[in-house]
Ligand binder design. Structure first.
Ligand SMILES: NC(=O)c1ccc[n+]([C@@H]2O[C@H](COP(=O)([O-])OP(=O)(O)OC[C@H]3O[C@@H](n4cnc5c(N)ncnc54)[C@H](O)[C@@H]3O)[C@@H](O)[C@H]2O)c1
Length: 340
């Protein structure tokens, strides 16, 4: 297969930037389309940045006209679950409305291949573990419902038109590029590992919140499946190749297949950083399932998926190396004292 030009929508964000890096590393050409609403210009390092909003058809049309695009990978979305409960219209507008406009622009440009970022949040509170793709999808958040709506839309459109797509349901994306150049920079950050690192380093409020200690799990805290962003990148390249080779549309989970409790992750953060993680225990948050754990056999079968860095030690080690640099902690005495 010759080198491909891929429109990476949301490529200035956490996961999208790692996929751009992986595409470029094997000789493909990523073209980032991003409005920088939550992404970062400094994360666009492997191809041009087209600044634009997916809800604006003319801006998408201009991007397709300016670049000879072979396929689209779509990462752009509102992702913070709590914000979705407070601002559902913004989530439906961006996460679903934005995809309608994107599909219309793709059709006009005769681009028929799409890799879409879906999520384990489309499953809600599962009955069977580990979760296979056949698990009923009953999301318990606005965020999850918008992602499920897109999956439904993609299925409908692909039956009537020549669109072929992969919907990849990520579990907890985590870690950073092993080179330390890009990583997770959400604001606000709601993900456990960066917040635990921040608390360990004495930054921010200096303490983190642990939600729910009475779940039916081995230590009472939620079990999650942490998949390294580099492993996600490998899976995206394989999904893209599969579609470009002519395969039918498909859906698959992307996780590590192993679950860790919140307390186990905090312990791993303490081991990696050599510092305690100060935290306060809070009641459960509505909508947090006790356990989310991927059955990865579909990804193994369709994509040859095999995780390489999805262990707590490597995920946290890579994230810590990245954050120490971007938070300016290298060479400083840690943890930072409150009055420092
Ligand atoms: N991070 C996770 O653990 C996780 C888990 C499951 C699924 N996902 C999905 O993966 C995708 C990427 O997540 P992420 O963590 O990299 O998020 P992110 O916020 O870092 O990246 C999203 C990017 O999309 C851009 N964007 C948002 N709205 C846009 C618009 N209207 N037009 C153009 N650009 C726009 C943002 O500027 C940002 O660069 C999302 O769709 C998310 O739902 C993430």
């Amino acid at each position: 297969m010759g080198s491909k030009t891929v429109l990476v929508v949301g490529g200035a964000g956490y996961i999208g930037s790692h996929i751009c890096k992986a595409l470029a590393a094997r000789g493909d050409n990523p073209v980032v389309f991003d409005d920088l609403s939550s992404g970062h210009e400094h994360a666009v390092q492997w191809g041009p940045l087209v600044r634009g909003d997916i809800r604006k058809r003319a801006e998408l049309d201009a991007a397709f006209a300016a670049h000879d695009i072979d396929a689209v990978m779509h990462f752009a979305a509102c992702i913070e679950v709590g914000e979705g409960e407070r601002e559902p219209l913004r989530f439906w507008d961006n996460n679903v409305g934005g995809v309608i406009t994107l599909l219309q622009a793709m059709k006009a440009a005769s681009v028929e291949t799409l890799v879409f970022s879906s999520t384990c949040a489309t499953y809600g509170e599962p009955e069977t573990l580990p979760l296979t793709e056949a698990e009923p999808q009953t999301p318990v958040s606005v965020y999850g419902r918008t992602k499920l709506a897109v999956e439904t839309m993609l299925s409908d459109v692909s039956k009537a038109e020549s669109l072929r797509y992969a919907a990849l349901r990520y579990f907890n994306a985590s870690g950073a590029s092993p080179d330390g150049d890009i990583g997770e920079e959400h604001d606000p950050e709601s993900h456990l590992i960066p917040n635990a690192l921040k608390a360990a380093a004495g930054l921010g409020e200096g303490r983190m919140k642990l939600f729910g200690t009475d779940y039916p799990t081995r230590d009472g805290t939620c079990v999650r499946d942490y998949v390294h962003v580099s492993d996600l990148a490998d899976a995206h390249l394989a999904a893209l190749d599969r579609l470009l080779d002519g395969a039918d549309s498909f859906v698959c989970n992307l996780g590590s297949g192993t679950g860790f409790t919140v307390r186990e992750i905090l312990e791993a953060v303490e081991t990696v950083t050599g510092m305690p993680v100060p935290y306060d225990e809070h009641p459960r948050r509505p909508g947090d399932a006790p356990t989310l754990l991927a059955d990865t056999s579909t990804a193994e079968r369709l994509l040859g998926f095999k995780t390489r860095r999805s262990t707590p030690e490597l995920v946290i080690g890579d994230a810590w190396a990245f954050h120490r640099r971007v938070w300016g902690l290298e060479g400083k005495a840690l943890p930072i004292k409150p009055d420092a």
